[in-house]
Write a protein that binds this ligand. Structure first.
Ligand code: B16
Ligand code: MG
Length: 216
């Protein structure tokens, strides 16, 4: 029986992909190569350093580890400037209603995000109190598809992995949830999420009673 709900952040609760793109683009501009929004697709859902590696590969740029850390930090400073403009209006449609329903039905809720900025984002969106536990990129060593972040989230809400339901928008995230032995609801594009147990376009009109029926 499902007792715990674990939410990915970016692409599920809020879409900060545009801000990630603008910040990485600024770095690409400085390094003097073109970086398009469609190329940015490959950077979604992966850790910051992995995203940097992909970006540098696109630009054909090689650099020392020290330089890479410096660039990742600069990108993060620009990204955090964009995050300051986030408000509760940026919460994706239906998410707030779904979180409220989860609390009413006494589910345990956790965040399972690769982002090191997860708490800042939840604060800006004013929804941090809806989560009983936050597992994020500051606490993990291994990136999705490794199950580490979801197992940590399950431990945080004292819920056995088999009784957890994960909400994910990225292929690596769906694989991570499956590797953790959890059920997965894919949110977004069905062609990317085919390994999920169920797929929905978003949280609008999505109700826990329907999911409970599907999880039987
Ligand atoms: P940060 P998620 C992920 O968040 C983003 O989808 C991904 O594009 C980003 O590189 C990663 O967080 C790290 O973010 O630079 O803020 O630590 O989808 O796992 O919630
Ligand atoms: Mg995501």
């Amino acid at each position: 029986m499902i007792q715990g709900l674990i939410f990915d952040l970016d692409g599920v609760i809020v879409d900060t992909a545009r801000y990630h793109y603008l910040a990485w683009k600024k770095l690409a501009d400085e390094l003097d190569f073109h970086f398009s929004e469609s190329q940015n697709e490959a950077l979604k859902g992966v850790s910051r350093m992995h995203a940097l590696e992909i970006l540098l590969q696109i630009g054909g740029v090689q650099a020392s580890e020290e330089k890479k850390l410096d660039w990742a930090e600069r990108k993060n400073v620009w990204y955090r400037q964009y995050l300051k403009t986030l408000t509760p209006n940026d919460i994706l449609p239906g998410v707030l209603e779904f979180l409220r329903e989860a609390k009413e039905r006494r589910y345990k809720t956790a965040l399972g995000s690769a982002s090191k900025n997860a708490r800042t984002i939840l604060d800006q969106l004013e929804i941090i109190d809806y989560f009983d536990f936050i597992a994020d990129g500051t606490m993990t060593q291994k990136a999705k598809p490794d199950p580490e972040v979801f197992l940590l989230a399950a431990e945080g809400i004292l819920c056995p992995p088999k009784d957890c339901l994960v909400f994910e928008d990225a292929l690596a995230g769906v694989q991570a949830a499956r590797n953790a032995g959890m059920k997965v609801v894919g949110i977004g594009n069905p062609s990317v999420l085919e390994k999920a147990d169920m797929i929905f376009p978003g949280f609008k009109n999505l109700h826990l009673a329907d999911l409970e029926a599907l999880c039987q």
